[in-house]
Design a protein around this ligand. Structure first.
Ligand SMILES: *Cc1c(COP(=O)(O)O)cnc(C)c1O
Length: 341
């Protein structure tokens, strides 16, 4: 255990750890896994990742459980998703078995950075793949680097699990209707920075994007999926332009387990006037409750959390998911990978 870190006060920044793991694809095959102590990489200045955005990533977490064991949450789902992202932008897919081996290895090597149970902190795992071939022509790279780095991160809700306001802004789209939104591509984030910064300046925690084709339906909430609770039903957008969140998928399963009906469908903007709860979900926060949604173009304000408190369904789902991640409740769906130290 690393005794020098103040676990509960870690930010969502970058803290160096002991090791990262790397694997290169060249001459038509993946090489050996390399363990590195360097936190920099050597990249050709003409690499496709730098010029044409051939870059994809993942984000998952490891937790120290109540029993002292390290658990990685839904590793296989992330392995599947990065493969889909690779196929989406013509990169070499990382075999799922290689992904698993590298993630498990990097967590084991950095076990002293997995925050203690009860701190609210976790070890954030960031797999990343880059197109490495030196070329100026616009075509997919023939060489790739896949690496997995980790960094400990503090509890997301430092001021407690409190609802925040989000806004609808039509001036920017994060992605195109049949574009790269369904893949975890770095460029999608670049496209969201301007709108995100404007929203923050206006006091909102995130932008609630509308579907980029018709601007009629709710799409995604910044770098997180959107869900709402309406008359006891969990609703979340079905859309080609959103990233399939593994947290959302997990919350949907937990909702079904609790007897809460789940609907994945279009959510027209006007329906926001009828919802009882709303939240943004993703690995960083699990679920971040929404208080009000302000449509800054029309001036309409949707007051979701009438009493300013997180809703009962959002709270129950949040607590349930956290309890599974921390080994406080049985992992009936087999979502955790336990790391033997
Ligand atoms: C990563 C990401 C999410 C959240 O996905 P999780 O698997 O739940 O962490 C949602 N939206 C976007 C755009 C993302 O990149």
């Amino acid at each position: 255990m690393n005794t020098e870190l103040d676990w509960s006060n870690l930010s969502f920044g970058y803290l160096p750890t002991d090791y990262n793991v790397r694997c290169r694809y060249a001459d038509g095959k993946w090489g050996e896994i390399e363990v590195s102590q360097s936190d920099t990489i050597n990249i050709h200045m003409a690499a496709t990742a730098l010029h044409y955005g051939q870059e994809i990533f993942e984000g998952l977490k490891a937790f120290r459980g109540k029993d002292g064991k390290i658990r990685i949450f839904r590793l296989e789902e992330n392995a599947r998703r990065i493969r889909s992202s690779a196929e989406g932008i013509k990169m070499q897919p990382v075999p799922e078995e290689l992904f698993r081996e590298m993630v498990e290895k990097v967590v084991k090597l950095n076990a002293r950075f997995v925050p203690p149970y009860g701190s609210g902190a976790s070890l954030y795992i960031r797999p990343i793949e880059l197109g490495m071939s030196a070329q100026i022509g616009v075509h997919p790279s023939s060489e790739y680097l896949f690496m997995v780095m980790v960094t400990p991160v503090g509890p997301y809700f430092k001021e407690g699990f409190r609802p925040t306001n989000i806004c609808i802004m039509r001036e920017f789209d994060r992605v195109a209707p049949k574009g790269t939104g369904r893949w975890k591509v770095g460029g999608n984030y670049a496209a969201s920075l301007e709108a995100g910064e404007r929203a923050h300046e206006l006091g909102y925690s995130a932008v609630l994007y509308l579907d980029p084709k018709e601007k009629k339906y709710v799409d995604e909430c910044g770098p997180a999926n959107f869900f709402a609770v309406k008359n006891g039903t969990y609703i979340t957008p079905a859309s080609e332009s959103i990233l399939p969140s593994i947290t959302n998928k997990s919350l949907m399963q937990l909702a079904r387990d609790m007897g809460i009906p789940v609907e994945e469908r279009h959510i027209p903007i006007e329906e926001l006037a009828e919802i009882d709860e709303a939240g943004a979900c993703g690995t960083a926060a699990v679920a971040s409750p929404v208080a009000e949604i302000h449509d800054i173009d029309t001036g309409v304000k949707y007051i979701v959390a009438k009493d300013g408190e997180p809703g009962p369904v959002t709270t129950a789902l949040y607590n349930k998911l956290r309890a599974i991640q921390l080994g406080e409740e049985p992992d009936v769906h087999g979502w955790n990978t336990i790391i033997e130290e």
